[in-house]
Design a protein around this ligand. Structure first.
Ligand code: CMC
Length: 438
């Protein structure tokens, strides 16, 4: 088999741009096949092999989808080599510094930041939907007190479909906003349930982050004031998690949505995919790992040695990424933010010192250098969540709250794509050949 590329003018993935494209030829068993090339607005290139099986009988093989483009998307751009992350063209650093999470949610879902009066209108629209139907409170009563909040979140997302059917486009669009609005209420109720406190209802006079903190930390008959430092830290964390193009949970959302399953069912699947320790569950695992190092005397060298020993089954949690190979821009922002937030809140956390020592030891170790393993977004996020009072088993729920607008944006984009088809990969069968039942 041989693959040859040659120049040819083809329309690019961007409708307003023509690029000097290349045309690929696949030479297989002496025959030539043309493979159309798709080029994105940032010059990312792909061979289109949709017809490959029909024309050649071959499928492409890529377990873990490390090199497979499953869709074209105009939401988020990542350049893993250069450490670039942009939502709808805006660099993550700019958004992290200047925007509110709800503005970013609007940007991801609808393509633009809300401008002028639209900003308040959008906030009011979301705020109007923060209440849960009173009947939903009964579901919370049924869960055991120590139920993991990710299990509750997935169950509640799914059960929203029983209250809000999707009969037409208007329902559908409204359900996206309902979900964005109700998710913090569900998350906070699951926490209140776990600590045996009464549920605190949402307040319409508060912005998204303040309202969530109020529902988490207020108790009846006592005044709770949201600290600006805590508010800003939460806003930052949610923005940094808001989208990350194709990843395990987002691609799961698209996969489930591709069968035309309803929005809530698709999002519940996203929550389940995120829960795993190799994905969003890593932020909880990072803190548990740092606590383990602290309890064993604080020696980071042992953890580094165990992570290098494949037989140990231990990995440095919060380290490594499929796409980022030099640094994760979100981790850079969060490392600085962790220092700042802890000072602002007057919190002294020995886990931050252990995390920094661990990072330094790993970054100077040839095992991590050769494999290009750097701290990812989950490495420092847990330290900040701890400092603002979020319990460890809620960390992945916080990731889910942040990622929600990204999931919705991808689901929406796919639903509006006239070329979208049900997702149905192929496989290479390796089991027994035909045998007879005797
Ligand atoms: N500690 C020790 N070794 C590691 C680690 C780690 N954290 N991550 C990767 N490696 C090694 C791995 O053993 C392999 O070594 P070798 O080439 O000798 O077999 C090599 O590095 C490549 O790893 P991989 O598992 O093939 O890489 P992947 O792209 O399939 O996995 C990952 C990416 C993030 C799942 C992985 O790096 C990992 O398990 N990290 C720890 C969990 C974690 O922090 N997850 C959060 C990811 S960021 C948030 C998100 O988007 O979910």
């Amino acid at each position: 088999m041989e693959l040859v590329t040659g120049s040819r003018e083809r329309p690019s993935a961007s409708p307003d741009r023509k690029a000097d494209m290349q045309n690929a030829k696949l030479i297989l068993d002496g025959k030539e096949y043309e493979l159309p090339i798709v080029v994105g607005t940032e010059n990312e290139k792909a061979f289109d092999c949709q017809k490959l099986r029909d024309t050649t009988g071959y499928v492409t093989m890529d377990p873990g989808y490390g090199n497979t483009g499953a869709c074209q998307s105009s939401i988020t751009f990542i350049d893993g080599e250069k450490g670039i992350l942009r939502y709808r063209g805006y660099p993550i650093d700019d958004l992290a510094e200047r925007a509110s999470f709800l503005e970013v949610a609007h940007l991801l879902m609808y393509g633009e930041l809300p401008a002028g009066g639209q900003r308040l209108e959008w906030q009011n629209y979301v705020t109007r939907h923060t209440l849960l139907h009173e009947d939903m409170k009964k579901f919370f009563e049924g869960f055991p007190r120590h139920a993991h909040p990710m299990a509750i979140l997935a169950a509640m997302f799914s059960s929203l479909s029983t209250f809000y059917p999707e009969n037409n486009e208007t329902d559908l669009e409204q359900n996206m906003v309902r979900l964005l609005a109700k998710a913090p209420t569900i998350a906070a109720f699951s926490y209140k349930k776990s600590v045996g406190q009464p549920f605190i209802y949402p307040r319409n006079d508060l912005d998204y982050c303040s309202n969530f903190l109020h529902m988490m930390f207020a108790v009846p008959a006592q005044t709770y004031t949201v600290s600006p430092a805590v508010h800003d830290a939460l806003n930052l964390l949610l923005i940094l998690h808001a989208d990350h193009e194709q990843n395990c949970s987002t691609s799961t959302v698209r996969m489930v949505g591709s069968s035309r399953a309803n929005l809530f069912a698709s999002m519940a699947a996203g929550v389940s995919a995120l829960w795993g320790p190799l994905h969003g569950g890593a932020n909880q695992e990072v803190i548990e790992m740092l606590e383990g190092i602290r309890d064993a005397g604080g020696n980071v060298a042992n953890a580094v040695a165990a992570a290098k020993d494949k037989a140990s089954g231990f990995r440095l949690m919060g380290f490594g990424h499929r796409v980022y190979k030099n640094f994760d821009p979100r981790a850079k922002i969060l490392k600085k933010a962790a220092d700042r937030v802890l000072v602002e809140l007057g919190v002294r956390d020995p886990l931050l010192d252990i995390a920094k020592a661990l990072e330094e030891a790993a970054l100077n170790d040839p095992y991590f250098v050769e494999r290009k393993l750097y701290p990812n977004v989950d490495f420092y996020s847990g330290i900040i969540y701890r400092a603002i009072g979020i319990p460890t088993d809620m960390f992945t729920v916080m990731f889910a709250l942040g990622r929600l607008p990204g999931w919705i944006a991808h689901w929406r984009e796919q639903r509006h794509d006239p070329k979208a088809r049900i997702n149905r990969p192929r496989q290479i069968y390796t089991g027994p050949t035909l045998r007879r039942f005797v």
